[in-house]
Design a binder for this molecule. Structure first.
Ligand code: HEM
Length: 486
């Protein structure tokens, strides 16, 4: 007999028989008083929780951030306070459009959500493997989701919906060029760069504000799959990225990424040649070079996938003193959406789940709510202001005020900035000829099935980025350029 703990009900009573339900005689119907059966099935019936609306399929691991260079003149964040400083972290990588059971090796953006358990609270950087995004206004996010997910009638993914939407937004071309290029199918999560993507802000000890972008470069080297290689992998293994990450960590081959920042002094934003808060654009590294900061290493697989990965809750709203937001509309929109989604997906007290809980002392005075299990602050008084010194705010951490101007209204981003094609053109010209050819062919395969006016609209946008880009896609699609309205 094993000396392992014996099976009990959730209430702790011994389970005497886990093989046979209780029946009236050997051939008779079941009895309602088989409470173990009722409990077991009722729990099973509720095992599935809602999947993430985007990024449903993912893999996670624990690790640490190690600081190797001093950037404390830009930020007072304790996480960057000194060279050699180590901060524990959790990372979750994901594909975007597929559901929880989707295959890993699909052409798609990869999510890269990082949670740093700093001594002043959790800092979440919820980014992607590309430095830009499809558009610049968060009001369009649910439309993106609907366009790339299943069609309401056919219940199939629809190239027509997908490309009708993308090509209706000329600013999407930069992101689309990344996805249709070689980096559209990374060979596992270890072999891709990670980006914070948005412009964030750093606040220094003397209360200066700097704009900042975060870059993590893979130390494993970039490795991608062609459409053909990916198809062969998916035919054999739908969890190729999960397997690659899990097995590397199990055998002690811990993946690392070098962290860099680009820093822009606050006042330079107004005159920078690219809109600094436009998520469809990058900052030139010539203008704002990469500054090395440290590295992240992932070195521990979670013991239980559901507990730590499925229940992980990341939100760009989680910042700490010295790191903050920017006027980027997309970032502002995300500040609401993640916590809101998680209150639905996991519940209002999801902060108590160990992977989400801060590892520093914390003292938030939210009370009650479903599944509150941490003592709920016992009898401590529950209002503020009070005359007993409870729940004091911390004015030392106030951010410097930010000068804003202009009239409130629904300002059209396109009227402010309609340069959609300069940066996709630059990205295209950076690709060697064979990579350009794969971009044409990948695009043709992905857009196939969309109506002709959508194909020609995309060709026209590509042409505006670079005539060779437009001509290459047109040729791959067998469409004469004379059919394309430029
Ligand atoms: C997941 C909303 C743009 C990266 C999610 C989720 C929502 C969401 C609701 C599911 C959250 C959950 O259930 O825990 C939005 C909205 C956006 C936006 C409204 C724009 C207005 C972006 C951008 C990036 C990004 C620009 C990257 C730069 C991610 C990642 C995840 C995610 C990595 C998965 C997080 C995880 O692993 O748990 N997004 N998103 N999203 N989003 Fe976004």
């Amino acid at each position: 007999m094993s000396n392992k703990p014996k099976l009990t009900t959730a209430a702790g009573a011994p389970v005497a028989d886990n093989q046979d339900v209780m029946t009236a005689g050997p051939r008779g119907p079941m009895l309602l008083e088989d409470v173990w059966f009722l409990e077991k099935l009722a729990h099973f019936d509720r095992e599935v929780i809602p999947e993430r609306r985007m990024h449903a399929k993912g893999s996670g691991a624990f690790g640490e951030l190690v600081i190797t260079h001093d950037i404390s003149q830009y930020t007072k964040a304790k996480v960057f306070a000194e060279v050699g400083k180590k901060t524990p972290m959790f990372a979750r990588f994901s594909t975007v459009a597929g559901e929880r059971g989707a295959a890993d090796a699909e052409r798609d953006i990869r999510g890269a959500a990082l949670k740093f358990y700093t001594e002043q609270g959790n800092w979440d950087l919820v980014g992607n493997n590309t430095p830009v995004f499809f558009f610049r206004d968060p009001l369009k996010f649910p439309d993106l989701n609907h366009a790339v997910k299943r069609d309401p009638r056919t219940n199939m993914r629809s190239p027509n919906n997908n490309w009708d939407f993308w090509t209706s937004l000329p600013e999407a071309l930069h992101q689309v060029t990344y996805i249709m290029g070689d980096r559209g199918i990374p060979d596992g999560y270890r072999h891709m760069h990670l980006f914070g993507s948005h412009t964030y802000s750093f606040i220094s000890a003397d209360n200066q504000r700097f704009w900042v972008k975060f870059h993590f470069k893979t130390q494993q080297g970039i490795k991608n799959l062609t459409d053909q290689q990916a198809a062969a992998i998916v035919a054999d293994d739908r969890e190729s990225s999960q397997r690659d990450l899990y097995e590397a960590i199990e055998k002690g081959d811990f993946p690392r990424w070098t962290l860099y920042v680009q820093i822009m002094p606050e006042t330079e934003a107004a005159d920078y040649r690219f809109h600094p808060f436009d998520l469809t654009k990058v900052w030139s590294k010539k203008d704002y070079p990469l500054i090395e900061v440290g590295y992240i290493e992932l070195n521990r697989n979670p013991d239980n996938y559901f507990q730590d990965v499925e229940q992980a809750a990341f939100t760009p709203a989680n910042v700490v003193p010295g790191i903050s937001f920017s006027p980027d509309r997309m970032l502002q929109g995300r500040l609401f959406s993640y916590g809101d989604a998680q209150r639905y997906r996991l519940g209002v007290n999801h902060h108590q789940i160990p992977v989400n809980a801060p590892r520093c002392p914390f003292h938030s005075y939210h009370r009650d709510g479903a599944m509150r299990v941490d003592g709920n602050h016992g009898s401590r008084l529950h209002y503020e202001p009070n005359t007993y010194g409870e729940w004091q705010e911390q004015p030392d951490f106030r951010e410097p005020p930010m000068a804003l101007e202009g009239v409130a209204g629904r300002h059209d981003f396109r009227a402010d900035d309609d340069d959609y094609f300069t940066q996709p053109g630059t990205l295209f010209r950076l690709m060697p000829a064979d990579a350009q050819q794969r971009l044409f062919d990948n695009t043709a395969r992905a857009i196939k099935g969309a109506e002709r006016h959508i194909l020609t609209r995309h060709i026209s946008h590509c042409y505006k980025a670079d005539p060779a880009y437009g001509e290459g896609v047109a040729k791959a699609l067998g469409i004469p350029m004379s059919d394309v309205e430029l």
